[in-house]
Design a protein. Structure first.
Length: 141
């Protein structure tokens, strides 16, 4: 069983049909231990709000997705202990602070971040922290 930090780009794919949704959903069936910072709720909520504003989904669907996300068996971690490490990652790798929180959690948990955010993935892959990154379509053994 692997330790996997899931970012919001993957979590959205669990509930809304998108490219690579099936790969993302396979994580839920994998038996791996899933982690996320509490930030995931705000980021998924933000995506849902944008989709609802654009008429892609109804408000009721967004609320259902948030309820399902909250009910998943996933270890949610406070961001407070991650703030300094996330700052260091963000500045060293020139990535958003949001993305750095997921990566800081992965480092702290000796885990890998699974993402569908190509810019985030590519930014880290060639760095010293590249060993902590997985693309959503990669097989998680």
């Amino acid at each position: 069983m692997r330790r996997i930090v899931v970012d919001a780009s993957v979590a959205v794919k669990w509930f809304l049909p998108e490219e690579q949704s099936e790969s993302a959903r396979s994580l839920l069936r994998s038996g791996h231990q899933l982690f996320a910072p509490e930030l995931i709720y705000a980021e998924v909520g933000s995506v849902l709000r944008k989709r609802a504003r654009g008429g892609e989904i109804q408000d009721a669907v967004a609320l259902d997705v948030l309820a399902m996300l909250r009910a998943l068996r996933m270890d949610i971690h406070s961001m407070r202990p991650l703030l300094e490490a996330a700052w260091r990652v963000s500045t060293a790798c020139q990535i958003s602070f949001y993305d750095s929180v997921y990566l800081a959690l992965a480092v702290a948990q000796d885990a890998k971040v699974v993402t569908a955010d190509r810019r985030f993935y590519n930014s880290i892959l060639a760095s010293d922290l590249g060993e902590h990154m997985l693309w959503v379509a990669e097989k998680v053994a």
